[in-house]
Design a protein around this ligand. Structure first.
Ligand SMILES: *Cc1c(COP(=O)(O)O)cnc(C)c1O
Length: 408
């Protein structure tokens, strides 16, 4: 079964009440037990019965099964937001004294989170580039996680998952990949060596900007038994599922950042059309990048353009697709603002992965709290504009950006 078919007819799809084609929205918080004994079993995770919707909910479980299948993973945990997913994915295996080696070119919220984690005694070291040669000297005997984004937001650098996972595993560290900007349509990092994948489902997976959410997916073949992850010690009997079982029955439950049933339903609707949207979005983005590249004084960054640094990885890992984000430098902040303000169809809004084209100036918004050096590592300059390309007719988009550049 290929990708689009499996989203609709995969093993994880179906089994819904009354043979409905979609899961019901199970708004109920609590579930009845036949007997007092049954309640005890459910609380000790000795029966598959639902007990309380913060811990597990049928609509959320239905989405989790489908997301795990879409990523080629063994299990998934849906949570309240992408940041909740990033946070829990790290805290599930980290403790004070541990270190993260991260790409500098990651989402601004994740950079902010690293600063929060410093206060908990978890230190982050930044790699200039995510190659084994650059990473390995940064790995110490305290490193437990290597973290990177499959397509950096907004650096648009591509993570070489097989090479980086090998380097991480050589030193007993886990590789966690934030694959939000690629979505499972472009690549499945768990099948290439990553141990854990996180998504902000708010973005491409939902698709219409209709539901904030996140998900953590585990490969099912990571080695958690090395003794380097004491948080998982109690769960070692679950073997490669130790990470997911701890997340589901311990950390996730206690942090309480669960996804709601209504959000899971909306996210399921988005997931069903992920493939067709991504196909269109990637085609639009490449055409828009090429057109912008012809305009005077505009310097475009898009992974498939001639001269882009990771074209080999795009060909090998992403099946030739460059994703839906295009960034460009306009020469000055004033010109960047003027272009943004002249756009007719592209909406001035944060977020990405929407069916609508969204445009924003990163340096004064989601990269406003980070240093100039951090911003440069993420490819954010004072004159940078980020475009999240939508599914509009591409000629309209090209016309819109062309007139905005001319009128600016
Ligand atoms: C948006 C985003 C997040 C955070 O997701 P939220 O759903 O907004 O919390 C994390 N990583 C990346 C790459 C993102 O684009």
């Amino acid at each position: 079964m290929e990708f689009n078919t499996s989203l609709l007819h995969g093993r994880a799809v179906g089994g819904y009440a009354n043979h409905s084609t979609l899961p019901h929205i199970s708004q109920a918080v609590e579930y009845q037990f036949e007997t007092a004994e049954d309640a005890g079993k459910a609380f000790h995770h000795q029966s598959p019965a639902y007990a309380y919707s913060r811990v597990a909910n049928p609509t959320v479980s239905a989405l989790e099964r489908r997301l795990a299948e879409a990523e080629g993973g063994a299990g998934a945990y849906a949570c309240a937001s992408g940041m909740s997913a990033v946070t829990l994915s790290l805290l599930n295996i980290l403790k004070a004294g541990d270190e993260i080696v991260s790409s500098g070119g990651v989402y601004g919220g994740t950079l902010d989170l690293y600063a929060d984690l410093e206060l908990l005694g978890i230190h982050t070291v930044f790699a200039d580039s995510m190659t084994p040669e650059a990473l390995e000297p940064l790995i110490t005997d305290r490193t437990r996680v290597v973290f990177g984004e499959l397509i950096g937001n907004p650096s648009l650098r591509i993570l070489d998952v097989p090479a980086v996972s090998e380097a991480a595993h050589r030193h007993g560290a886990a590789l966690i990949v934030d694959a939000t900007t690629a979505s499972p349509y472009l690549a499945k990092p768990l099948t290439m060596g990553a141990d854990v994948v996180v998504h902000s489902t708010t973005k491409y997976i939902s698709g219409s900007g209709q539901a904030v959410g996140g998900v953590i997916v585990e490969s099912g073949h990571a080695d958690w038994g090395s003794g380097r992850f004491p948080a998982l010690a109690k769960f070692r009997k679950y073997g490669p599922m130790a990470y997911m079982i701890r997340l589901r029955t311990d950390l996730g439950e206690n942090f309480g950042g669960c996804m709601s049933a209504s959000h899971a339903y909306l996210t399921t609707l988005g997931l069903e059309t992920l493939g067709v949207r991504m196909e269109r979005i990637c085609r639009n983005a490449e055409a828009l990048a090429q057109a912008l590249n012809q305009l005077p004084g505009i310097e475009v960054n898009y992974p498939t353009l001639p001269g882009a640094p990771d074209r080999e990885l795009v060909r090998g890992e992403l099946h030739g697709l460059g994703g839906g984000i295009v960034t460009f430098r306009a020469g000055s902040r004033e010109r960047a603002f003027a272009i943004i303000n002249h756009l007719q169809y592209a909406i001035r809004a944060t977020s990405l992965g929407d069916v609508r084209t969204l445009v924003i100036h990163p340096a004064t918004t989601f990269f406003a709290n980070t240093s100039k050096e951090q911003n440069a590592a993420a490819g954010v300059y004072d004159d940078s504009v980020r475009v999240s390309v939508g599914i509009e007719d591409v000629n309209d988009l090209i016309e819109d950006f062309t007139q905005a550049v001319e009128n600016a």
